[in-house]
Design a protein around this ligand. Structure first.
Ligand code: HEM
Length: 499
């Protein structure tokens, strides 16, 4: 919405007004045309919308909260107008499962967004429309990641290595207030780098820092730049053109970066088992030419890098904030770790079944601050129905994971941070079917298993060695900043070495 604000406060008001009137008239005509197209008899209800802008003005700030409030009025399936485009908002476990699992064939595509087309992001995996290309890339990526996790245990080794580097770095900050954001982002993205590119970077490496800057800014811009998806013509307007240019420049720079990594990747002698995604991609093409779209590799690497970094690092940042403000929970996790793992060896994934309270704490981080609150956007590929409503083909679908995790019908005191909600009377882990931080269905997070290992190993390594507190007088803020992900406001913590 920053783009709209810039538009409204720009200097050249007269020129802008003339352009805006011409623009709105043409959009209104277009909107009437679209409004008639494909309208079914029983469309989901929804809040009243402004001409042309639709419901965008109400969604400018904290859309996940507004959409959750509208669920109370309009139910589990309702429509909103994102500018000229109809979108359906799906909330509640039954509606979400009906759409993403039972009717997966109809609900598993991505919207054909103008910006994604422009920067060829649809050549990758995350924004690829549902179809053969997506299926091939998804199958390849899944089997490659699985092969890293199974048998050789390469995955756990790589995460362990990074946890060690991260904790060593924390030692140097021990006892002083410190903003963990960059360090955590560096550590988490290094895991993706070593899996995808076959190399990790030193935390201060300028190329690495730039790559992270690009992806963080990209995720931040995703929401504001979305206005160009809704009104592509705005890119010609002088006041907002620079936002469009920034988005396009960042995407180009990021793809160039990944193309350079691919070009510099030394294969050496072919290994029996590929050690990273680039090696696996090349081996697959060598064995079966044409089996993968060969223009997709830089986009796929970029997708894995961004999808893997933002989500996991921000979950850990929320987690540390909650632990620092809930010392009782932190002490209980540490006591469980001391009892099961001790201090002499690092925690391992095989310890997980014996650490139910620790695991419940991680699940509670993911529930109380859903890091992808509105999921990634989906889109229907055919005329279909949902809970009895008609949903035309080509409708954008927003799945409200935030409202699912904050639903008082399924969670007692949903605003309260309480890991024990994930434990039964015997202190064993119990799951709740209204919990889906990784979404569900065919587009379910590809990195779910990896993310779970990362969250577990990072958290246990940190709490085995350190206790986290807020600096004196600090006021914790639990409102997030929403891009594609919900990230915490910047904050500082003190990591104190445990005796
Ligand atoms: C706590 C960490 C994470 C969370 C909460 C998370 C959550 C999600 C969500 C909600 C989606 C959208 C699913 C949908 O469209 O229905 C998604 C997609 C995806 N995630 Fe994750 N994710 C996490 C970590 C990772 C990691 C570590 C990777 C690295 C491999 C990854 C790779 C992907 C990819 C490639 C997709 C797109 C899948 C597709 O379109 O087929 N994610 N993730």
């Amino acid at each position: 919405m920053a783009v709209l604000q810039t538009l409204l406060t720009g200097h050249n008001i007269t020129a802008l007004l003339i352009a805006a009137v011409a623009f709105l008239v043409s959009l209104a005509l277009f909107s009437r045309f679209r409004g008639r197209r494909g309208r079914g008899a029983n469309l989901p209800p929804g809040p009243p919308a402004w001409p042309v802008l639709g419901n965008l003005p109400s969604l400018a700030r904290n859309p996940h909260l507004q959409l959750t409030a509208w669920r109370g009025t309009y139910g589990d399936v309702f429509s909103v107008k994102m500018g000229l485009q109809d979108a359906v908002v799906v909330s509640g476990k039954d509606a979400i499962r009906e759409a993403l699992v039972k009717k997966a064939e109809h609900f598993s595509s991505r919207p054909d967004l103008f910006l994604m087309r422009r920067n060829k992001q649809q050549n990758g995996l995350v924004m690829s429309p549902y179809g053969d290309r997506w299926k091939i890339l998804r199958r390849f990526s899944m089997s490659t990641l699985r092969s890293f996790g199974m048998g050789t245990g390469i995955l756990e080794e790589k995460i362990d290595t990074e946890c060690r580097h991260f904790c060593t770095e924390l030692e140097t900050k021990s006892g002083e207030p410190f903003d963990f954001t960059h360090l955590l982002h560096n550590a988490v993205s290094n895991i993706m780098c070593s899996m995808a590119l076959g190399k990790r970077f030193e935390y201060g490496d300028p190329l690495f820092l730039r790559l992270m800057e690009i992806s963080e800014r990209g995720v931040e811009l995703f929401v504001t730049a979305h206005v160009f998806n809704i009104y592509p013509v705005l890119r010609f307007f002088p006041v907002v053109r620079k936002q469009y240019k920034e988005w396009m420049d960042l995407s180009e720079e990021s793809i160039e970066c990944f193309m350079n990594f691919i070009a510099q990747h030394e294969d050496g002698e072919r290994q029996e088992k590929a050690r990273d995604v680039i090696e696996a991609f090349r081996a697959k093409l060598e064995d079966d030419p044409g089996s993968l779209p060969d223009d997709s590799l830089p986009h796929l690497l970029g997708d894995l890098f961004v999808a893997g970094m933002e989500t996991t690092a921000n979950t850990l940042r929320w987690g540390l904030l909650y632990l620092a403000t809930h010392p009782d929970v932190q002490a209980k996790v540490q006591a469980e770790l001391d009892r099961v793992v001790g201090r002499e060896r690092p925690p391992a994934v095989s310890d997980k079944p014996d650490l139910p309270y620790t695991e419940a704490t991680i699940l509670e981080f993911q529930r109380v601050r859903t890091v992808v609150p509105l999921n990634l956007p989906h889109c229907t590929t055919a005329d279909t129905t949902l809970l009895g409503y008609d949903i035309p083909a080509g409708t954008d679908v927003l799945v409200n994971l935030w409202s699912l995790h904050m639903d008082p019908a399924h969670w007692d005191n949903p605003d309260t941070f309480d890991p024990s909600r994930f434990l039964d009377d015997n202190g064993q882990l119990q799951l709740n079917d209204s919990f889906m931080p990784f979404s569900t269905g065919r587009r379910v997070c590809l990195g779910e298993q990896l993310a779970k290992m990362e969250l577990f190993l990072f958290l246990t390594n940190m709490l085995q060695r350190f206790t986290f507190t807020l600096p004196e007088g600090a006021r914790p803020n639990f409102d997030g900043i929403l891009g594609v992900t919900l990230r915490p406001q910047p904050y500082e913590l003190i990591a104190t070495r445990r005796e």
